[in-house]
Design a binder for this molecule. Structure first.
Ligand code: COA
Length: 635
């Protein structure tokens, strides 16, 4: 994910775009082709272990723009020692290579453990992204229910593709991608532990679940979404079932048990052990965990102006607005939660351990297109069993846990500073016209925005997909490079000529694209360094000094944690900063505009999401002006 590892621990020339098959919505293959998924997976290469010397050299290069000269010198010395013939580096490298020879992917289990399951801050804001969809056209309960019914039908339609192993394979730079994450997002859930969490995936059980959970007015219901003959319920049937749920839960109040999932993981782990001691509670929790996904039918949200609508919707998707609003109307451990408000606010929240944003967005793109095409008909004939309410026995201890969770959640909600903007002046079209990678263009603009605000560069994280490899997740693109630093320092320097600035911009963009290519082909530095550190721990060796170095801590303190999550739908993902004094920046570059979600923490006096969003807009515009006004040498 976006720099989460900070809490723990050039190759191809052609630009490599993640390609989704154009027509994802139809047709859904009606026939199951057993084994298709596995044979595709078997054909994928394993994640390579980069050469040790290459990583050490690239690490020093990556530190140059973000650490002081003396720190760099010290790290150079540590690296020399680490790499010396017969030394610790070589030993760990050999261990990693042996692991790569044995495992399907030498990194992925470690990564999920270190980046997610061992991570103890609340998943809310700190780990689980939200996704904001365009505001839907309904504004009442009936509209909410009808849209929700279509959405469920759309997810089930996508699930048919997963179940039939009929998902079209995606490509990056002409190479097929690992499709495993699609098989991890439905019917799965995170389970809190006392020191470490786990994830269960019921899709793989002998009796895969046939129900979803619906939460309305803080009350959970089991909704069976398949008929006895195995066919999915129609949207009309689903609509009737959702009406029953809403009427059964409307007038009654209930303890918001779901808010427990917003807690610090150790606290929730302890409360969870107490909660599931009771048989009724255990069964209710198990029904949520086993369900295909959770649908949150939200109550009211704070009134907002049109200008701040998107930012407020992002807050609803990220944390629900606090205990007064919808934070208790969630089960944040659930891998996939769709969220639908009465006022047309719509989106999702997902628990990050099983997957990255792109598969989630592909699913959502499919669902949105599906809901657009589907018309609801007449109420169905014949009645279906009433959805089952999940009961909880609330003891005094559980009540206390709920109250504590409310307080912590409200503090976190107050702390999150979120600004969503639509940059409407241009999208991918302008960088493309200048023969530049749009992603690199945006990243360089982010560097400029940060530099202008703080007069320095900072360690910057951008997620790069490792899905070219079997079970691949992500590596880090370090967007702050020496080339980007030269550009941002020169940009507002009146002693520099525009031609020189354009040349520096060109170099910065090319450096970024080269880093991207290096990362997606498994040759970046961050996961390799993490692997070496993990190998030392695995072999019970002392952790090399390299990882205790101040420069290493600086390199992992991502004040800019960024991610591109593109989609067909005009939506944007959002997430919190990964350090107390940093920003989380997620963006969706469309052809003629770019959606940005910028977050920060209010408790940090140095940061301000709205100011950073403005600085990004200005940087993008100023770079375009520079490029338009300056003749460039032929590329
Ligand atoms: N001239 C003209 N066009 C160019 C160009 C150039 N020099 N370089 C790139 N382009 C085009 C591409 O062909 C592509 O065209 P399309 O819009 O028609 O498809 C488009 O510009 C986008 O390319 P680019 O901006 O370079 O980015 P990308 O699509 O290759 O994405 C990453 C880069 C890093 C985002 C991607 O490799 C990746 O890893 N994505 C996954 C990230 C992830 O997992 N995020 C979620 C974390 S939870």
């Amino acid at each position: 994910m976006w720099g989460i590892c900070s809490r723990t621990v050039a190759g191809m020339v052609k630009p490599c775009r993640l390609m989704r098959p154009r027509h994802l919505v139809k047709p859904v293959s009606a026939t199951r082709v057993a084994g298709r998924y596995l044979s595709h997976q078997k054909g994928l290469p394993g994640l390579p272990v980069p050469p040790l010397q290459q990583t050490c050299e690239r690490y020093i290069t990556a530190l140059e723009p973000i650490v002081e000269a003396e720190e760099l010198q010290r790290t150079r010395r540590l690296l020399e020692d680490f790499q010396k013939a017969g030394g610790l580096g070589e030993k760990l490298q050999r261990g990693l290579e042996r692991r790569a020879g044995r495992a399907e992917n030498w990194l992925s289990d470690w990564w999920v453990q270190v980046a997610y399951l061992d991570y103890r801050l609340p998943v809310v804001v700190h780990s689980s992204p939200g996704l904001v969809l365009p505001r839907m056209s309904f504004s009442d309960k009936r509209g909410q229910i009808r849209f929700a019914a279509k959405l469920i039908a759309g997810v089930l339609d996508f699930k048919t593709m997963i179940d039939n192993e009929a998902l079209p394979v995606e490509y990056l730079g002409g190479k097929p991608l690992c499709m495993n994450q699609y098989y991890e997002v439905l019917s799965s859930c995170r389970i809190p532990g006392l020191k470490r969490d786990s994830v269960v995936n019921h899709a793989k059980s002998s009796r895969p679940p046939k129900h979803i959970t619906v939460v309305h007015n803080h009350q959970f219901f089991v909704l069976d979404v398949y008929n006895d003959d195995g066919s999915p319920l129609t949207a009309d049937q689903l609509s009737v079932q959702l009406e029953k749920i809403c009427s059964a839960s409307s007038g009654t109040s209930s303890e918001p048990v779901g808010i427990l999932t917003t807690q610090h993981r150790d606290t929730w782990g302890k409360a969870y052990a107490g909660l599931v001691k009771d048989k009724t509670n255990r069964e209710s929790v198990s029904a949520i965990q086993r369900s295909i996904f959770t649908l949150c039918l939200d109550g009211a949200t704070p009134p907002v102006s049109d200008d701040s609508y998107r930012s407020c919707a992002a807050v609803q998707m990220l944390h629900g607005g606090g205990s007064r609003w919808n934070s208790g109307n969630r089960w944040f451990d659930k891998t996939l939660q769709f969220i639908i408000g009465e006022d047309g606010t719509c989106g999702a929240n997902y628990e990050h351990a099983p997957a990255e944003g792109p598969p989630i967005v592909a699913l959502i793109d499919h669902v949105v297109e599906f809901t657009r095409k589907l018309e609801l008909g007449q109420p169905p004939t014949g009645s279906l069993p009433t959805p089952r309410k999940l009961h909880f026995n609330i003891t005094a201890d559980i009540k206390k846990d709920i109250e504590e969770a409310k307080n912590s959640m409200n503090t976190l909600a107050d702390d999150l500073d979120m600004r969503v903007i639509v940059f409407g002046h241009f999208g991918k079209n302008v960088p493309k016209a200048h023969k530049m990678s749009p992603d690199a263009f945006i990243q360089v603009a982010l560097q400029l925005a940060y530099y202008r605000t703080y007069q320095r560069c900072c360690a910057t994280y951008e997620s790069a997909s490792l899905r070219m490899f079997r079970l691949g997740r992500t590596d880090t693109i370090r967007s702050a490079s020496s080339a980007s630093a030269s550009f941002v320092r020169a940009f507002d320097d009146s002693s520099k000529q525009n031609t020189e600035k354009v040349d520096l911009m060109d170099k910065a963009v090319k450096a970024h694209r080269a880093y991207t290519n290096m990362a997606i082909s498994g040759q970046a530095i961050d996961r390799h360094l993490l692997g070496l550190k993990m190998q030392a721990m695995e072999e019970k060796l002392s952790v090399p000094d390299l990882f205790k170095d101040a420069a290493y801590a600086k390199a992992l303190h991502y004040k800019l944690s960024t991610s591109q999550v593109p989609s067909k739908t005009d939506c944007v993902m959002c997430f919190g900063p990964v350090v107390p004094n940093g920003y989380g920046v997620c963006y969706n570059p469309m052809e003629d505009h770019i959606n940005f979600a910028v977050s920060a923490f209010n408790t940090c006096k140095e940061t301000n999401a709205a100011h950073m969003a403005e600085a990004v807009e200005k940087a993008l515009l100023d770079i375009r002006t520079l490029l338009e006004q300056t003749p460039r040498a032929k590329l």
